[in-house]
Design a protein. Structure first.
Lengths: 502, 428
C-alpha cells in the first residue's frame, strides 16, 4: 500500500543547487597560471582541491554540472538515504523477531521517502558549496572542460594554464549492449532517484555493489524485484562466502534471483518492460514496470581531448596511471573513478590526496589500495580491506583466516543481527594482518577498526589484548584475534609435546 | 527399528552397510546395468550412482552378498553399455568426448532432462570403473573388464574440458557449450582433478590443479583449523576412493595437514555447529548433524517465533555459512566412520534412538527436517537416493577393511594423477 504526502518544498532543490551549481555563479577571471588545475568536482576533485589549497597552492577546479559528483548527486548519499528507509520498513516487517508488535501493516509513503533523500542531499551539499570552495581560495569554473595542450585546460574556451593538473572526471553508468534496451526504456543509478512512485515491479540488471544495494532497498520498500546477474555469484570482487550470505539474505527478502543469467534482449509490451534472458541454454523472460541497469561504470574520458595533452587512456579502463597516479604526461595526474578499478568514494578521495602530494609536494606515495576499506551497503553490509585470500595465494603468501560467525557474538544476538562474520586474514607464521572481510549489518563501521589496525601495523597479538566495549558487534574483531592467540598457543604446546616425546 | 538399537556397533554398521548396498542392486536396470538416481518411480540413472555401484560390487563379493561371477557380470554389463553407447554432440546421446551426461534413461541410456555433460559425475563413474579394473584381476570375463575400463578411461578428453583455459568448467551442453560455472574453493572435485591429471591420453594441464587450489581458504573456524568447504559430502566423496592418510599436495604440506585430517576437522566443526545451533533448529546437538547436499522440504516459507523458516528442497547445504534450513542427511554421520568413528556412531545411535523413522528398511533417508512439523515427526524425504547409499556402503567398507582404498592405491592412473597434482609422501 502506498500513501502520499505533499511534495518536497520547492526551495529544497533550489538550496541544493545554490550550493553545488549556483545559478548566479560567475566564473572568476583566470589567473595567468595555476599550480594545480583539477578537472572534475566530484569526491576526488574536491578532495584534491581542498588539499592543495590548504597547502597554499593556487588551484582552479572545473566542473561541468554539479559539485559533489556522482557520490552526492546520484550515488552514495541518495542511495544510503533510501536504504535507511528501506531498512526501517524491513525492521517493521520483522518486528515480531524483536518481540514487538506493530499496530497496523506499515504503509509506504514513497514521496516522503524521496523527500527525505533530497533533504539529506541538500543538507550534505553544504560541505560541497562552490562559495565555500571560493572562500578557500579555489577558483571554481563551471563549464565543459577539455585539454587545449600539455599545460592548458579550456573551460568553455577560457584557458587555464597549469603547472600540474589532476583529471578527476569520475565515471558514469555503463549501458550494456542489449538489443532493444533503449526502446524498452530503462533507468540507471543516475536516474532511479527521479522516480515519483514506487514501481510495482523492478528488474535489476547487474549484481555488483550498486545493483545489489538498490535491488534490496526497492524490494524492502515493497516493489517486486528480480535481479539478474551474468555471473555465478553476486559481487564478483568479494569472496564466495560473503557473496553467498548476501544471496540468501536477498532471497529471504523475497527477491527473485537469477544468477548466471545473461540479458539478451529487451522490449516493451503495453505497460510492461520485458527482459529476455538466457541461463546457459534456458531462455526466460522477466516482465517489470521498470528496468534498472547497474552493469558497472565507465570512466568519463570523452570530450576531454586527452590526446591534446598527451594523456594515454583506454575507453573502458580509463586514464592510464602509474603507481604514483601519474599519467603519460608527467605534469598530469588522475584520481578516482576515471583511472581506478575500485570505484568507491573513499578510494577516490584517498587517491586524490595522494595525487596532490605526489604532483605538488614531490612525494612518491604509491597507490596500491592495500589499506583502503570498501563496503557494499546491502543488509548485511559487505566490507573488505587489504588482500583477498586469492590475492595472497597467487603471490605465494601463506595465509590463514580467523573467522568469527556473528551468531557467536553476544551483541549481534541481542541486536537480532546475526547474519554474517568477521574474517581476518593473517600471514602464517606471524601475526601480521593482511586483510579482512566483514559481513555484518554495520560492516561499514566495523571495517574501519581494521583500517586503523592495519594502518598502524598492529598485529593479532596486540589486537587480542585491546579491551572492547561489551557487548559490541566489534567484539567479533577482538574474538578473531583471540582465536589467533589460542591457535598459536595450541601450536606451541603441540610443538613442545612433540619435542618432549622425541 | 528397535532391533537396530540393540545391535552391537559392528553388527549395526554391517547391517546398515548391507541395506545400503542392496539399493544398488534393487534399483539397477537388468539390461543396461544403470542404477537409478532415486527409488522414486520413473527415476533416471545418475552416472555418479553407477560409479558408486561399480565400486560396491567388490565390496559385495568380499562380504558374501554377491558371488564374484555375479559381480563381474554386473560390472561387465555396465561397462559394455558405456562402450556401446552413443558418444556424439546429439542432444540425446549418452556422452561426448568420453564424458557422460549426468542423468540417463535407465533403459535406453540416453540423456534425459536436457542435463549437462557432467565432469564431476563422469569422474565418479570413472573412479568406479577403475575400482572394477583393479579388483577383477583374473582371466576370462575379468580380463574384459580390465580392457573395457582402460578403454573407457582413456577416451575421456579431460583436456578438452579445460576449454582452452587453465581452469575447468563444471559441464557442457550441446545447446550452449561449456557451462558458466567453474570450481571455486575446496570441494568434492579432487577426484576429478586427479583422474584428469592421470590420463595417459588427454590429461589436464599441470597448472589446472594449482589454478583450482589457489581458490582454497585455510580457516580457523569454530576453534578448528580447516580447509573450508561447507557441505559435509565434499569432505567424503573423493575420500571414498583416495586414501588421503599421510599423502599431501603442496597446499597440505604448507598447512602441515592432509585431506584425511581435514575431514576430521570438518566433522568437528559440524558437531560444534550442531551443538551451538545458531538458528534454533529442532533436534540439532552435538550428535545431530550432517548438513550436506541432499533432499529437503520444498514447503513454502514459514514465520515462526519471529524467525523466518525457509526451505530449500534438494540443495547443497553447508556449515557454518549456510545455507541451512534445519535439514540433515541422516546417512551423513555414519559416512564419516573412517574419519571420526566415535562421532559417527554416537550421532547415528542418537538419531536411531530419537528419530527411528529416518531409517526405514535399514536404509537412511536422504533428508530429514524435524523443525518442519507439517508431518508428524518432522519432514522426511520419501524413498532413498543412490548417491547416499553408495557412498555409505563404500565408506563403511573403507573403515572396516580399507578395500576400496587398497584397490585404488594400486591404480597406476590414480597414482600418476596424484603425483601430477603434487601429492607426495605416505603410501605414494
Amino acid at each position: 500500500m502506498q500513501s502520499t504526502s505533499p511534495p518536497a518544498r520547492p526551495d529544497n532543490d533550489a538550496r541544493f543547487l545554490s550550493r553545488v551549481h549556483p545559478r548566479d555563479w560567475r566564473n572568476p577571471p583566470p589567473k595567468t597560471r595555476y599550480d594545480l588545475v583539477i578537472v572534475g568536482g566530484g569526491p576526488a576533485g574536491l578532495a584534491a582541491a581542498e588539499c592543495a589549497a590548504r597547502h597554499g597552492f593556487s588551484v582552479a577546479l572545473a566542473e561541468r554540472a554539479h559539485l559533489g559528483g556522482n557520490s552526492l548527486n546520484a550515488g552514495s548519499v541518495p542511495s544510503k538515504a533510501i536504504i535507511r528507509t528501506a531498512t526501517v520498513y524491513g525492521t517493521m516487517r520483522d518486528a515480531d523477531e524483536f518481540g514487538a508488535q506493530l499496530p497496523a501493516e506499515p504503509a509506504l509513503d514513497f514521496a516522503a521517502t524521496m523527500a527525505r533523500m533530497r533533504r539529506i542531499r541538500t543538507r550534505i551539499s553544504v560541505y560541497h558549496s562552490a562559495y565555500d570552495l571560493a572562500a578557500l581560495g579555489i577558483d571554481v569554473f563551471f563549464g565543459e572542460a577539455r585539454f587545449g595542450g600539455p599545460d592548458t585546460v579550456l573551460v568553455d574556451d577560457v584557458a587555464l594554464r597549469f603547472g600540474k593538473a589532476i583529471v578527476a572526471t569520475g565515471a558514469r553508468p555503463q549501458i550494456p549492449d542489449i538489443p532493444g534496451i533503449a526502446a524498452a526504456g530503462y533507468r540507471t543509478s543516475s536516474t532511479i532517484f527521479d522516480m515519483t512512485a514506487l514501481p510495482k515491479s523492478l528488474a535489476v540488471v547487474g549484481g555488483g555493489p550498486l545493483g545489489c544495494e538498490l535491488a534490496q532497498a526497492f524490494c524492502r520498500l515493497g516493489a517486486h524485484v528480480t535481479i539478474v546477474q551474468n555471473n555465478p555469484k553476486f559481487l564478483p570482487r568479494e569472496e564466495r562466502d560473503a557473496a553467498e550470505v548476501l544471496s540468501w539474505s536477498m532471497a529471504r527478502d523475497g527477491m527473485d534471483i537469477r544468477l548466471n543469467t545473461a540479458v539478451v534482449g529487451a522490449r516493451r509490451e503495453g505497460g510492461a518492460r520485458i527482459l529476455e534472458t538466457l541461463n546457459n541454454d534456458m531462455r526466460g523472460e522477466i516482465a517489470a514496470e521498470e528496468i534498472l541497469v547497474c552493469t558497472g561504470r565507465v570512466p568519463n574520458v570523452d570530450g576531454l581531448d586527452l590526446a591534446a595533452a598527451g594523456v594515454a587512456f583506454d575507453p573502458r579502463r580509463g586514464i592510464t596511471v602509474d603507481r604514483f597516479l601519474r599519467t603519460s604526461n608527467p605534469d598530469i595526474y588522475a584520481a578516482g573513478d576515471v583511472c581506478l578499478s575500485l570505484k568507491f568514494t573513499n578510494v577516490a578521495q584517498a587517491s586524490a590526496r595522494m595525487a596532490v602530494e605526489n604532483a605538488l609536494r614531490q612525494t612518491r606515495q604509491r597507490h596500491d589500495g592495500s589499506i583502503i576499506p570498501w563496503c557494499t551497503y546491502c543488509d548485511p553490509e559487505i566490507a573488505h580491506i587489504g588482500l583477498q585470500v586469492w590475492d595472497a595465494r597467487r603471490q605465494s603468501i601463506p595465509i590463514k583466516s580467523y573467522t568469527v560467525m556473528l551468531n557467536d557474538v553476544d551483541r549481534a544476538i541481542t541486536d537480532g543481527q546475526e547474519t554474517g562474520f568477521v574474517k581476518i586474514h593473517v600471514a602464517e607464521g606471524s601475526d601480521r594482518i593482511l586483510g579482512a572481510t566483514i559481513v555484518a549489518s554495520r560492516a561499514s563501521e566495523l571495517i574501519n577498526e581494521m583500517a586503523v589496525v592495519m594502518s598502524a601495523g598492529i598485529g593479532m597479538t596486540a589486537l587480542a589484548a585491546v579491551p572492547h566495549t561489551y557487548p559490541a558487534q566489534s567484539g567479533a574483531i577482538m574474538m578473531a584475534a583471540q582465536a589467533y592467540t589460542r591457535d598459536v598457543e595450541a601450536e606451541r604446546r603441540q610443538a613442545a609435546s612433540a619435542g618432549a616425546s622425541a | 527399528m528397535s532391533g537396530l538399537r540393540r545391535l552391537s556397533d559392528e553388527a549395526l554398521v554391517s547391517r546398515l552397510q548391507h541395506a545400503a548396498f542392496t539399493y544398488l542392486v534393487d534399483h539397477a536396470d537388468e539390461e543396461t546395468g544403470l542404477v537409478a538416481d532415486t527409488s522414486r518411480p520413473g527415476s533416471p540413472s545418475s552416472i555418479a550412482v553407477v560409479g558408486f555401484a561399480l565400486s560396491c560390487y567388490p565390496v559385495a563379493v568380499e562380504n558374501g552378498w554377491m558371488t564374484r561371477m555375479q559381480a563381474a557380470r554386473q560390472t561387465l554389463r555396465v561397462l559394455r553399455f558405456f562402450r556401446d553407447s552413443t558418444q556424439s554432440k546429439a542432444g540425446d546421446a549418452t556422452g561426448y568426448r568420453g564424458f557422460y551426461y549426468h542423468f540417463l534413461d535407465m533403459r535406453t541410456g540416453r540423456r534425459v532432462w536436457q542435463c549437462e555433460l557432467s565432469l564431476i559425475d563422469t569422474a565418479l563413474l570413472i573412479a568406479g570403473i577403475l575400482v572394477a579394473a583393479g579388483y577383477f584381476d583374473r582371466d576370462g570375463e575379468e580380463s574384459e573388464i580390465r580392457d573395457l575400463a582402460d578403454a573407457l578411461y582413456r577416451r575421456v578428453d579431460w583436456h578438452w574440458a579445460q576449454n582452452g583455459t587453465s581452469g575447468l568448467s563444471q559441464g557442457w551442453k550441446p545447446e550452449c557449450g561449456f557451462l558458466h560455472y567453474g570450481w571455486e574453493g575446496y570441494n568434492e572435485a579432487t577426484i576429478l582433478y586427479v583422474l584428469g591429471l592421470g590420463s595417459p591420453t588427454f590429461p589436464l594441464t599441470a597448472s589446472c590443479y594449482e589454478t583450482w587450489s589457489l581458490t582454497y581458504q585455510w580457516e580457523n573456524l569454530l576453534g578448528r583449523n580447516v580447509l573450508y568447504s561447507g557441505p559435509l559430502f565434499t569432505h567424503l566423496f573423493s575420500h571414498a576412493w583416495i586414501d588421503f592418510r599421510g599423502i599431501r599436495d603442496a597446499f597440505m604440506r604448507e598447512k602441515d595437514s592432509d585431506y584425511f585430517e581435514n575431514t576430521k576437522s570438518a566433522v568437528a566443526i559440524h558437531r560444534e555447529y550442531g551443538e551451538r545451533n545458531p538458528y534454533e533448529f529442532e533436534g540439532y546437538c552435538r550428535d545431530f548433524w550432517g548438513v550436506t547436499a541432499g533432499d529437503g522440504p520444498s514447503t513454502a516459507a514459514l514465520r515462526e517465533n519471529g524467525r523466518d523458516r525457509r526451505f530449500f528442497g534438494y540443495m547443497s547445504r553447508g556449515v557454518p555459512y549456510g545455507p541451512d534450513d534445519g535439514t540433515i542427511s541422516p546417512w551423513a554421520m555414519l559416512a564419516t566412520l573412517p574419519f571420526t568413528p566415535d562421532a559417527a556412531l554416537a550421532g547415528t545411535r542418537h538419531l536411531l534412538e530419537t528419530y527411528p523413522q529416518v531409517c526405514r528398511h535399514d536404509r537412511f533417508s536422504s533428508g530429514f527436517n524435524p523443525t518442519l512439523r507439517s508431518e508428524p515427526g518432522g519432514w522426511l524425504s520419501p524413498g532413498w537416493y543412490g548417491l547416499d547409499q553408495g557412498l555409505l556402503a563404500m565408506t563403511i567398507e573403507n573403515h572396516r577393511t580399507g578395500l576400496i582404498w587398497e584397490i585404488m592405491r594400486r591404480s597406476p592412473y590414480m597414482r600418476a594423477g596424484l603425483a601430477r597434482a603434487g601429492f607426495k609422501g605416505g603410501w605414494l
